[in-house]
Design a protein around this ligand. Structure first.
Ligand code: ATP
Ligand code: MG
Length: 463
């Protein structure tokens, strides 16, 4: 109560972008949305809930994307009905989540998520009782499970463009946060005080970057301003959640832009500390290798080809590997065990920040191991390697390293030719290899001494 009163006396923050208690209503005809553009299942859920006497709207990403002419990934409904009340209305509804309940309504393969209006916890609750409080000392929200009004639901959302409610029955948009204005001006803007909103949930910093890259929007200056300073707060976020967020960041089809923004806003460091260090030590190489990997990923996504997170993480972490291996070598460890130990250490440290599941860490190791094996081609080795299920990823990774300027003695081209050759040509290639070098050398050390290096230096592709 007191808070409400206080709010209404508070002078408006930054002109038009103070909290509104009454929405701007945008009638049909004043906006581009049409009910027919939305999932008919989502629309029928809204109608059904409204007919049962509840408030119900399409909300969030689907309204935003539709206003921008982007096909939404999924359709979310927000309602005044509690999860139990929602379930009572639909046969195909299931309540999910323990701490915060949501309802999933199934229509064949389509799932519509229905969420009850939620409110943010009052800010002063933390001070009163630290044991039952919903926030920690730095203001981070630990629980987020209080139902609220429509207006409160709008205020607890992250960005203005994500807080638009569309009623497919009246075809009106309710805008509590000037989201339509920001969509027109292509701006990512947090609702409320940015520092406080990031302190409540530091992942919002990553979401700002994700939406800016996905939508090709700018980040409004007050929204961007606190990020560099607050970026270290991401270290407190559970590693499992950061894994999910990282995948969304890098598998969105705009990973290359996302990476630039993360580095610029110092968000890359808390996510990938070892890679950030490599970026400082070897900026050109590290930057080129990671960007190139992400450009390739974006391209594959645009072409509808599958992408594996393992390849992505293998590339993101690779630049941090040589430094570590060398450090171990300087303590007397032979090169190959040093490389393996460095790989092991690097991955387990990374998993403290971002919980990469086993099903991905294993292939990361295999892609890296392949880098040691690809130079060793003599006898039957090349043939055997080609049949390895990880060959393709290993070979692509080799090309990636070369494109970042790594000296590999034309190894990528050799493997390209080998794959393009018939059996007898392949035999010749191996024989040729044997006459020039033994083809078994594991690392660059041996090959550096090889006379073939000089011979090939002028004929090489010179990437
Ligand atoms: P996408 O197209 O990536 O799914 P989205 O906007 O639907 O984008 P979701 O992560 O699916 O994003 O979240 C749905 C909605 O929930 C958002 O639009 C936003 O209103 C709200 N939301 C999600 N995460 C947060 C958060 N961390 N803080 C505040 N609000 C959030
Ligand atoms: Mg969504």
């Amino acid at each position: 109560m007191l808070k409400k009163l206080f709010q209404s006396f508070r002078p408006p923050v930054r002109g038009a972008h103070h909290k509104r208690t009454t929405p701007e209503v945008i009638n049909s005809g004043q906006h581009s949305l049409q009910r027919g553009q939305f999932s008919r299942h989502a629309v029928s859920i809204v109608e059904r809930l409204q007919n049962a006497g509840y408030q119900a709207y399409l909300v969030g990403g689907c309204v935003r994307d539709q206003l921008l002419g982007i096909t939404p990934k999924d359709f979310d409904v927000a309602t005044s009905a509690t999860p139990e009340q929602v379930r009572a209305e639909f046969r195909n509804a299931r309540i999910i989540g323990r701490r915060f309940k949501l309802v999933h309504i199934h229509f064949g393969r389509e799932i519509i998520e229905v969420a009850t209006f939620r409110a943010n916890h009052p800010e002063n609750e933390a001070a009163e009782d630290s044991h039952t409080s919903s926030r920690n000392e730095s203001g981070r929200i630990l629980r987020d499970n209080v139902y609220g009004t429509l207006e409160e639901d709008a205020q607890r959302r992250d960005f203005t463009i994500n807080a638009l409610y569309y009623d497919p029955v009246s075809e009106r948009i309710l805008d509590y946060a000037n989201g339509v204005h920001d969509i027109r001006n292509r701006l990512i803007r947090l609702i409320g005080d940015p520092t406080q909103r990031y302190q409540e949930d530091p992942v919002r910093m990553l979401r700002a970057v994700r939406f800016a890259a996905k939508l090709n929007f700018g980040i409004e200056k007050h929204t961007v301003q606190p990020i560099r300073q607050l970026a270290p707060m991401l270290r407190e976020i559970p590693a499992a959640r950061l894994f999910e967020e990282t995948l969304k960041l890098f598998l969105s089809g705009n990973a290359a832009d996302t990476f630039e923004m993360l580095v610029d806003l110092q968000l890359f460091d808390p996510l990938f500390p070892a890679s950030a260090e490599a970026l400082e030590e070897h900026p050109t190489y590290t930057h080129t290798l990671i960007s190139q990997a992400l450009i390739n990923t974006d391209l594959r996504i645009k072409q509808g080809k599958p992408v594996t997170p393992a390849f992505l993480f293998a590339a993101l972490l690779w630049p941090a590997l040589p430094g570590r291996a060398l450090r171990l070598q300087s303590r007397g460890m032979p090169p190959i065990p040093a490389m393996n130990e460095a790989a092991h250490e690097l991955i387990s440290e990374q998993c403290q920040r971002i919980a990469i599941p086993k099903r991905f860490t294993l292939p990361i190791r295999e892609i890296w191991d392949m880098q040691e094996r690809l130079p060793r081609r003599s006898g039957k080795r090349a043939e055997v390697l080609l049949d390895n299920p990880r060959f393709r990823a290993g070979y692509d990774f080799l090309l990636l390293r070369e494109s970042a300027g790594e000296e590999t003695d034309g190894l990528g081209q050799w493997w390209t030719d080998y794959q393009d050759s018939n059996d007898s040509e392949r035999r010749d290639m191996i024989r040729d290899l044997g006459s020039r070098e033994d083809g078994t050398s594991a690392g660059p050390r041996k090959r550096k001494r090889s006379p073939s290096k000089r011979k090939r230096a002028d004929g090489g592709a010179g990437e």
